[in-house]
Design a protein around this ligand. Sequence first.
Ligand code: FES
Length: 151
Amino acid sequence: MTELRLRVNGATTVLSLPPQVSLLDALREHLGLTGTKKGCDQGACGACTVLADGVRINSCLALAVQYEDAEITTIEGLDHPLQTAFVRHDGLQCGYCTPGQLCSAVGMLAEHRAAPDGELTGAEIRERMSGNLCRCGAYNGIVDAIQEVAS
Ligand code: FES
């Protein structure tokens, strides 16, 4: 077991975990933050996306111990205009991928603000969000919501 301080959504919790526990499992199983979803558990779907110091990461591929000094934001702590934009544009159907889509979009917009390299067209947003899959196919609404907030 490893003793670990995790700072999530502004609260610090000390956990005792085996060192191989992923950040995703630490959030869901040990902190009860089940808003972050487990899809593939191997870095292919993006359902588990959270923000670490504002940078989007796949929490299924991250060890919790790697993020002891980071500020983790999950969907439970997110407060961003994208959330209402997703609702306005029907950027979801079943909603399973939505927490990951939102965290990824927030991180993507921050990346683009930090290093602007052209307009965020629909095609560009699709490319930058290609790590987040939606099995319901709500991509048009997702792209429209992101484009509205980005403009
Ligand atoms: Fe992490 Fe699919 S659950 S990428």
